[in-house]
Design a protein around this ligand. Sequence first.
Ligand SMILES: Nc1ncnc2c1ncn2[C@@H]1O[C@H](COP(=O)(O)OP(=O)(O)O)[C@@H](O)[C@H]1O
Ligand SMILES: [Mg+2]
Length: 373
Amino acid sequence: MNSRFVGMMSGTSLDAVDAVLVDFDPSYLKPKLIKRCSVDLPTDLKEKLTFLAHTENLTFRQLAVAEDALTYLYAQCALKLLDDLPEKLQPVALGCHGQTIEHQPNLVPSYTLQLLNPSLLAELTGKNIIADFRRRDLAAGGQAAPLVPAFHRSVFQSADVDRIIVNLGGIANLTFLPKSTQLPVLGLDTGPANLLLDYWHQLHWHKSYDTEGKKASGGKLITALLKQGLADDFFALAAPKSTGREKFNPEWLSRLLGEFPDNQFNSKDVLRTLVELTAVSLTDQINQLDSEAKAEVYICGGGWQNTFLINRIRSLILPRQLASTANLGIPPQDVEAVAFAWLAWRHHQKETGNLPSVTGAKGERVLGGFYPA
Ligand SMILES: Nc1ncnc2c1ncn2[C@@H]1O[C@H](COP(=O)(O)OP(=O)(O)O)[C@@H](O)[C@H]1O
Ligand SMILES: [Mg+2]
């Protein structure tokens, strides 16, 4: 039986659409990554999506224009991935996350909006599409995020050692996988990661990210700014908790900087301090969840490339070992997309994809909707 699925993801960093083709044949024991590709978000689309994520009053037309452009980009990426593959390697379906514009699990009514037009994508690619993964968990009373911990449990859990999987995307999130399957898996967003780093870097150096964290590494830590940033209520909230651009955004940062009206901070020092904010908010959670420092810690997401950030995290979680998920068989940049291929596979088998211990939902649910080719 065909067990190949595509996973497609574009995260809060707004950097690219990532796509992977994965085979979940049980005889492989682990998901087998057959092929991957990415398509960068063009600047105008990135600007449109950033605008939507940061603006209160929108028209349907603005949403439709961005959704249409994004769907064409997903189609371009899918065709690039699949076009030259023989029929025997083609997937059952494409599991597509879409682009989160706003995520408000705690408002009444709760809502979460991922832009993507699955009907159009089915038309453009000629493939079955599985999409809208988050809203069923939300409907069942959950936070609808993070969703990847169920996938992490299925492929990364070990019977010998506790493991913590950290995803450094726009937002940082972690999954705690106890070695005992009797204990619940935990997962939460710990705070901002690349989102604020990228914004500040773009603003001051006109390039979308700080390669390997080199600029930040030359800055000085502003202790008062770090302390004030960490005083945000979000960091003290208990899990389950999730966050996104609606919370940690340029306005959040300018409010924070505005609390120091008498200081003219050097922009490199601010970047350095934002790295520390990411590292400390993340590692505080790691140290709480794993107070005896016995867990192995694995990183995925684009933040793995930020050597300075990784070194800061490494030193704040000693004596634990830190490695990327490549050591567990999946390259760090592909874990999220593979997770959405996995969720599509689960959907297709009518199997559940959420973890109530992580999202707070009333129960396990089959996630997503099916749009036939
Ligand atoms: N060479 C690099 N040096 C530093 N940071 C990098 C590098 N490559 C990628 N990144 C960071 O990773 C981000 C993309 O990470 P990704 O996991 O795709 O996040 P998301 O899931 O939010 O899209 C980029 O925006 C950038 O901040
Ligand atoms: Mg990305």
